[in-house]
Ligand binder design. Structure first.
Ligand code: ACO
Length: 705
């Protein structure tokens, strides 16, 4: 669904249905804000009683307005909304903005769906319901019931939280953040973040986008849209709810590790979105990103008058991936004659506590004029040596001189006078911060954005998978009333996927077991095969490292005895005799249908790394080889695959191949709920991997992908 929503942001005429003469009502406030914000189009208040609202005559019905209406804002009780949607449709309205609460957020999904169904029937788009409205600088239009007084500027905000969104209006004013748009999405019955992002990406006034998200709907489209938008514009997201959800938590490792927040975090990074920890951080980043020039490189220079604060900034640079310029010879040449003799030209450049305002100016000029020094981090601890207002003037001057050319951040630390300077400069748009970490994090965010923009998009990878054959296996299990695949079925799928499984033969008697073991070669593993026994080890259905005929015979009897004791009614198909896989690094590859983002893929190291450390990484599927490699490199324990302490490098390419294949399978076979290769043993470079076990859970009902 991507009907143009341009007319929502740039309407020529707007109606407010439920406009009230009572200033205490939402319908009054919206009309007041529209008029006060300087909207130049036509405004039509609608109220059955007529009357005059904020200087405008009310129409008694939409049908009375004999002109085109681009947007109708509905501020009427929930019970009246459906009929009003019809009235809007008949009046030729293009977009409806439903302020009213009382729909899916309180369990009334039916009516909400009906609103959208009806609206679409008339070719209308729906924003909301359950929202505080929309502000659009493009039309100088504040159609919200917020406090008013929004300053136009380069940041667009999309918010799912109404209360927080309204509070942001005041906050943006206090923080001197100008807005190009502020959109409340509420229940997202029709228009969602992806629709809005598409518009805002093309909107010239918008230079950075800030999103507050509580829950994701249609996450695969959101993900694709974000991945595209961040190639041109920075997107910062704040997401609440870091707690676990994971609807199929117990079903597999992938399920239990794929908490909603872990997946959200991973997908946002994959899409090049910056995730802020707090509203404050999001504001800091968005404001800086919207006003800074593109970075030409990532070599920054710290200029300070205090050693301690310089070290703090160095730590912050490491944390926020800001590289520090390191050519000592050039640094020494650049600062000779600029700074006092007893200062230090090493980066951080220490002008010492004796530095004057002029020393700062000369040093910052020296940094910013030097071609391969890409950004300046200017730090100042208050001293009695110079006048703060003179210092503020110098910062203004330096910023003005370079603001189109190179990124700069200032961090000032001191008493009341310094605080006042910070406030003044901030109001003027100078990137000045009270805290060193905040300043460096803003620069780090800028570098992150530009790394993303320079990163080549990975071309889609064509993977040849025999999907029809795989579906036949899945259909067979479903016909049998199962939501999981038996070991031989899973092995069959693994074969279709091109995964290397250990050799395996199904034995239905002790003689067959011995014969199979001889054929495969010792040592072997034996496993029970029964649809009634899911937890094979717990039921004593697995025996490892069997070295000869005698051990195979003993194991055969022991497995049957134990399984019959644990699950007396189990129908046993036989015992699988499997090649014993020699040891390597145990890894785990999983994929599943995430409730928010659809198909996702996971990789981790096995054993304690996954159980205790939860050292895993996720991506939205499908992925190509470069993404799979990045995903493997994301692990904290990556060094173990690269080879440590004399160990050789493992076959990372072969692991990546399995990750890519699983990601394509989960994307193309949406009836697979969860698939896990555990363990996938990785051998030395060039020697590939071995899939020891693969589990597949399927959905009960078949979905067409
Ligand atoms: N067409 C036009 N106007 C109508 C119609 C109609 N068919 N029927 C009634 N009206 C008028 C009413 O007469 C009234 O005007 P009046 O004051 O002149 O009598 C006006 O519409 C509003 O109707 P009320 O019954 O007075 O409803 P009220 O204003 O109390 O509430 C509202 C309407 C605000 C939409 C309410 O139902 C609601 O949903 N409130 C919550 C809104 C909300 O919080 N949204 C989420 C925002 S985000 C956040 O959480 C902050």
């Amino acid at each position: 669904m991507s009907m143009d929503i341009g007319s929502l942001f740039e309407p020529r005429a707007i109606a407010v249905v439920g406009a009230s003469t009572n200033p205490a009502k939402i319908g009054y406030r919206i009309v007041e804000n529209i008029v006060r914000s300087g909207y130049a189009g036509n405004v039509f208040p609608v109220n059955p009683k007529g009357g005059e609202i904020f200087g405008l005559s009310a129409y008694t019905a939409l049908s009375e307005i004999k002109q085109e209406i681009d947007v109708a804002v509905l501020a009427i009780p929930a019970g009246l909304v459906l009929d009003t949607v019809d009235a809007c449709g008949e009046a030729g309205v293009k977009n409806i903005v439903v302020i009213t609460s009382g729909f899916s957020e309180v369990g009334n999904l039916e009516t909400e769906r009906e609103i959208v169904r009806k609206a679409r029937g008339y070719g209308m788009r729906v924003l909301g319901p359950n929202i505080f409205g929309i502000y659009s600088a493009a039309a100088s239009l504040d159609a919200t019931f917020g406090p008013g007084g929004i300053t136009p500027g380069p940041v667009a905000i999309i918010t799912q939280s109404g209360a927080l969104g309204i509070a942001m209006i005041g906050k943006t004013a206090a923080e001197s953040v100008g807005l190009s748009a502020l959109v409340s999405v509420g229940n997202k019955a029709d228009i969602d973040e992806a629709d809005l992002l598409e518009y805002l990406a093309a909107d010239e006034k918008t230079r950075a986008i800030l999103m507050y998200i509580e829950g994701v709907k249609a996450g695969d489209r959101l993900q694709r849209t974000l991945a595209e938008v961040t190639r041109h514009k920075p997107v910062v997201v704040i997401k609440s709810g870091r707690s676990k959800r994971g609807s199929m938590a117990a079903a597999s490792h992938t399920g239990s590790l794929a908490g909603a927040d872990e997946v959200f975090d991973a997908v946002m990074r994959q899409c090049g979105v910056l995730r802020a920890e707090s509203v404050q951080e999001a504001f800091t980043w968005a404001r800086y990103l919207a006003s800074s020039p593109a970075s030409t490189g990532d070599q920054a220079v710290i200029v300070t008058n205090g050693g301690g604060i310089g070290v703090m900034a160095t730590d912050a640079c490491e944390k926020h991936a800001v590289a520090l310029y390191d050519n000592q010879e050039v640094l020494a040449n650049t600062f000779s004659g600029v700074m006092p003799d007893f200062g230090s030209s090493k980066n951080p450049v220490d002008l010492t506590g004796q530095a004057t305002a002029e020393d700062y100016e000369r040093s910052l000029d020296a940094v910013l004029e030097q071609e391969d020094m890409d950004a300046a981090i200017a730090l100042y601890c208050e001293t009695a040596l110079f006048d703060t207002s003179q210092f503020a003037d110098i910062l203004r001057k330096v910023y003005k001189r370079y603001r189109e050319r190179k990124p700069i951040v200032f961090s000032l630390f001191g008493g009341e006078k310094i605080e006042a300077v910070i406030q003044d400069l901030r109001r003027e748009g100078v990137p000045v911060f009270g805290d060193v970490y905040e300043a460096v994090s803003a620069l780090g965010a800028l570098y992150g954005v530009h790394r993303r923009m320079l990163e080549p998009a990975e071309p889609p990878e064509e993977i040849d998978l025999p999907i029809e054959n795989i579906r036949k296996v899945l259909d067979g299990a479903r016909a049998d009333g199962r939501t999981f695949l038996l070991a031989p079925e899973a092995s069959q799928v693994a074969g279709y996927l091109g995964l290397e499984m250990p050799k395996s033969i199904l034995a239905r008697s002790m003689e067959e077991a011995v014969q199979a073991a001889e054929e495969i070669g010792y040592p072997v593993v034996m496993k029970i095969v029964s649809k009634d026994i899911v937890h094979k080890s717990d039921s004593g259905g697995v025996a490892l490292d069997l070295l000869n005929e005698e051990e195979v015979v003993d194991a055969y009897q022991a497995i049957l005895r134990s399984c019959r004791e644990h699950v007396p009614d189990a129908v046993i198909d036989g015992i699988e005799v499997v090649e014993m896989v020699h040891s390597g690094v145990e890894t785990i590859v999983g994929a599943r249908q995430d409730p928010s983002f659809g198909p996702v893929v996971m990789f981790g190291l096995g054993g304690i790394y996954v159980e205790v450390m939860k050292d895993v990484s996720f991506r939205a599927a499908p992925i190509g080889r470069a993404t799979a490699n990045a995903m493997i490199a994301d692990l904290r324990s990556y060094a173990l695959l690269l080879g440590v302490r004399g160990e050789s490098r493992k076959d990372i390419d072969a692991i990546a191949d399995v990750v890519v294949r699983l990601s394509h399978l989960i994307d193309r076979c949406r009836e697979i709920a969860d698939i896990e290769v555990n363990p996938l043993i990785a051998y030395d470079y060039g020697q590939g991997t071995r899939t020891v076990d693969m589990r597949i859970l399927i959905k009960q009902t078949k979905e067409v992908s």
